[in-house]
Design a protein around this ligand. Structure first.
Ligand code: R5P
Length: 312
């Protein structure tokens, strides 16, 4: 059997708390990184720990400012490869470019695919990520991708609630499969909105397929950005007589003050994970950590054990 190579974990600047938490779960030190910005605004990265023949994991969430964090990740991967790492793994808790996943207008770019190619060109040999916006994004990568979800964490939270009258609602048909898997974990029925996105800040949900009248609704989505989707769904749910509404998602991005606006709306609670650092807190908000799941996946990848078996 080949010797198990030493693991070396580095973190970009996007989410230091999550990196520290993952390292604590792995019981490994976080290796230092020096990031410099030159007068011409270019970045330079120096990994300040030996990478030679190490299994290198670089943790970087693609959150605001996304372009800065992306370039930082590319430079870190390039530095690790140039320093003779045995393998370079990118741990990307939130892959923001996944939303750019199809040609749905003329002459538009497909960023999800391009960024996947850039990562591989920079030296990334494996990707670990959570809840990609759509399943086809997985196939954009020409290297292995371990694609986790946070349904276990979210279901664990809602199991503490009275679910006797509850129903899970996906805002759109695209996410209905995940919502159904989540509902199965909780033994609940599922419903879905017929959503059409008009623009980044406007969506239309014409109808809800399924029974929500008089029920305690748990809205489940992959991410909440501006909250446009949830607000539109709340209108339909009210019209159809839902008794109460809780909101859950993996990626709590909360752009444009969405957290306060949502909390001020008639929702009982908002639950997300820490794939993105949160800039604000609110008494209605619960943040669940994905650090234990990511650490477990990293550990399994490192020793060559099945990751899917863990998260099925
Ligand atoms: C889109 O299709 C996703 O599943 C989410 O519903 C969307 O990204 C949420 O964005 P926003 O909160 O801005 O509506």
């Amino acid at each position: 059997m080949p010797p198990v190579r030493e693991i070396a974990v580095f973190g970009g600047s996007s989410h230091p708390e999550l990196t520290a938490e993952i390292c604590a779960h792995l019981r490994v030190p976080q290796r230092p990184v020096l990031l410099k910005r030159f007068a011409n605004d270019c970045l330079e990265v120096q990994l300040q720990s030996n990478c030679r023949e190490r299994d290198v994991f670089i943790i970087q969430s693609l959150v605001r400012p996304v372009q800065e964090h992306l370039v930082e990740l590319l430079l870190m991967a390039d530095a690790a490869r140039g320093a003779s790492a045995a393998r370079v793994n990118a741990v990307i808790p939130h892959y923001a470019y996944a939303r750019s996943d199809k040609k749905d207008a003329t002459r538009i770019s497909i960023g999800g695919r391009l960024v996947a190619d850039l990562l591989v060109t920079a030296g990334v040999g494996r990707v670990l990520t959570l809840n990609l916006h759509s399943p086809q994004v997985h196939g954009f990568f020409s290297v292995p991708v371990d694609h986790l979800h946070a349904l276990r964490e979210l279901a664990g939270h809602f199991r503490q609630r009275d679910l006797s009258n509850a129903v899970v609602v996906s805002p759109d048909l695209g996410y209905a499969k995940s919502a159904a898997a989540f509902a199965r974990r909780l033994g609940l029925p599922v419903a879905a909105g017929a959503k059409e996105r008009i623009s980044d800040s406007e969506v239309r949900i014409a109808a809800i397929i399924g029974d929500v009248g008089g029920r305690d609704v748990i809205i489940l989505d992959d991410e909440i950005s501006r909250g446009t989707t949830v607000f539109e769904l709340l209108d339909r749910l009210r019209e159809q007589g839902a008794r109460s509404v809780a909101v859950a998602c993996t990626h709590g991005l909360f752009a444009d003050n969405a957290l306060d606006k949502l909390a001020a709306a008639d929702v009982t609670e908002i639950v997300c994970t820490n794939t993105a650092p949160l800039e604000a807190e609110h008494p209605k908000l619960t943040v669940l950590s994905v650090a234990p799941a990511l650490a477990e996946a990293i550990s399994r990848i490192h020793i060559g054990e099945s990751v899917s078996a863990l998260f099925d």
